[in-house]
Design a protein around this ligand. Structure first.
Ligand code: SF4
Length: 259
């Protein structure tokens, strides 16, 4: 296993099939993961146990300074970006100043590259918190993960810390009124003696019913592409992903596949 952690606030830009020429923002600590999930497929490795000392998060002003400096430099070089993406070493909405940072980012983006989109990749666990919900409503690409409609599969794949309330996640996804993208990782594997495969017929049936209920403006499906926290995982072939995409398209939803 050779997973990867970001060592700075701003990273990239990276060429992303989903988000174009994308500049990344890591709100979590440098070189250390902070997440309320512990996904078996996480590219940042396993989530460390809570430490006695508080993890050092980047301060709001540090994030805005770093972003301004980078975008000003890109502007001078005439090197435009397509998107600013909040991802990095864990769950970005955990940052206590996440809403303020989103406001700053919108302002900075409008100054330097008003055409660029702002994207947030979130695991959906905190969308019921009003200030998080409101902040996500302001971004162009509110990308919310939900890997299965069956809670036991989520438990196996995502290893959430604390409660995992799928009904609450569904309720709040509906409240976004289609202003979000649903992101689902497909894979097979075994973890601690239990097997899972969210491409099984029962899984896909329940997941499509969930899509019909929450009505995302788009669905992004993908499978593992790099090293993951846990080794005993199986990538899903592109043909299977395309077949799943076809079933979603049949229901009238747009789908993007990354194999
Ligand atoms: S939610 Fe994202 S960052 Fe957190 S453990 Fe899962 S894949 Fe990693």
């Amino acid at each position: 296993m050779s997973t990867f952690l970001f060592d700075q606030i701003i990273f990239g830009p990276v060429k992303s099939r989903r988000l174009g020429h994308s500049l990344g923002v890591n709100l979590l600590p440098n070189n250390s993961k902070l997440c309320n999930y512990n996904c078996v497929y996480c590219e940042c490795g396993w989530t460390p146990n809570a430490k006695s000392e508080k993890p050092k998060l980047h301060a709001r002003h540090e994030v805005s300074t770093a972003l301004k400096t980078k975008l000003a430099d890109f502007k001078i070089r005439n090197n435009p970006i397509d998107s600013i993406t909040f991802a990095g070493n864990g769950e970005p909405t955990i940052h206590p100043d996440f809403p303020g940072i989103i406001d700053d980012t919108i302002e900075i983006r409008n100054t330097y590259f008003p055409e660029a989109r702002i994207a947030v990749l979130s695991n959906s666990s905190r969308i019921h918190i009003p200030k998080i919900f409101d902040a996500l409503m302001k971004v162009d690409d509110n990308i919310l993960k939900l890997d299965s409609a069956i809670p036991n599969t989520n438990r196996l794949m995502n290893q959430p810390k604390g409660e995992f309330d799928i009904e609450r996640i569904i309720e709040y996804m509906i409240k976004f009124e289609s202003k979000f993208v649903l992101q689902t990782m497909f894979l097979k594997g075994n973890f601690q003696g239990e097997g899972f495969d969210n491409t099984r017929e029962t899984e896909i049936k329940a997941w499509i019913e969930l899509i019909k209920k929450v009505k995302p403006r788009m669905v992004m499906i993908y499978t593992i592409a790099r090293d993951t926290a846990h080794n005993d995982l199986e990538k899903i072939p592109l043909e299977t992903l395309n077949e799943i995409a076809r079933m979603v398209e049949e229901k009238g939803f747009k789908v993007q596949v990354s194999g």
